[in-house]
Design a protein around this ligand. Structure first.
Ligand code: ATP
Length: 209
């Protein structure tokens, strides 16, 4: 069975940088599905600007009609800080026999050693890193070691094993960030073309940001 992509984020709001990366992963890595999992209570961020329900709603609108994209609300149903290791544990319980691929952008990957129980993640899932074409993987430090011990270039490894590999995958780089979108809206400008129209319309209607 094909792997399940696990794409967590604050998605405050979701934008084409997220959507395009996830879509390229879905196709190139032959994932069965990609689950967008909005963070319920982000441990590293303190506050979000939109509520968890609003962020989930925007993700639902963004992926509507895209086969293989799923909005997964498990972090909203859990109390306390939303640690990725707990989310992966819950997915592993639900899908004991499936390969799981945790999708992270390069910025998130570089911060991985600061995550709660991060060293348990590969016991549950693979880590798939979206990187800029031409970017060089860290070859020193704890992440350098992680890549040298667990790195693979073979997409098939993500299918034949359920967890334990780190795969770095080039995606089209779209320099879009939620922070910039929030600032732009707060300044009274229009976020059109940075995200699907239905997300943009809902943000403006609901007066989020
Ligand atoms: P913020 O600006 O509020 O920090 P963000 O745009 O970085 O938000 P997040 O929700 O924090 O979005 O990111 C969720 C995941 O998506 C992370 O793994 C992050 O690395 C990745 N990501 C964010 N923006 C992009 C982008 N433009 N292209 C590819 N991946 C991205």
């Amino acid at each position: 069975m094909k792997p399940i992509g696990v794409f967590g984020g604050t998605f405050d709001p979701v934008h084409y940088g997220h959507l395009r990366s996830a879509f390229e992963m879905l196709q190139a890595l032959r994932f069965d599905e990609v689950r967008f999992i909005p963070c319920g209570d982000p441990p590293h961020r303190g506050v979000t600007y939109a509520s968890a329900q609003e962020r989930l709603r925007l993700v639902q609108l963004a992926i509507e009609g895209q086969e293989g994209f799923i909005a997964d609300d498990r972090e909203l149903r859990r109390d306390g800080p939303s640690y990725t290791v707990d989310t992966l544990t819950s997915l592993r319980e639900e899908f004991p026999d499936r390969s799981l691929g945790l999708i992270v952008g390069m910025d998130a990957f570089l911060g991985l050693p600061g995550w709660h129980r991060w060293d348990e993640i590969l016991e549950i899932a693979h880590i798939v890193v979206a990187h800029r074409p031409g970017w060089k993987a860290p070859d020193i430090g704890v992440l350098g070691e992680l890549i040298s011990e667990h790195g693979t270039h073979r997409v098939d490894d993500l299918h034949s094993m359920k967890n334990g590999r780190v795969h770095i995958h080039a995606v089209t780089q779209l320099e879009i960030a939620s922070t910039e979108i929030r600032d732009l809206i707060a300044a009274g400008r229009d976020p059109r073309f940075l995200m699907p129209d239905q997300v943009r319309d809902a943000i403006l209607d609901m007066k989020i940001y």
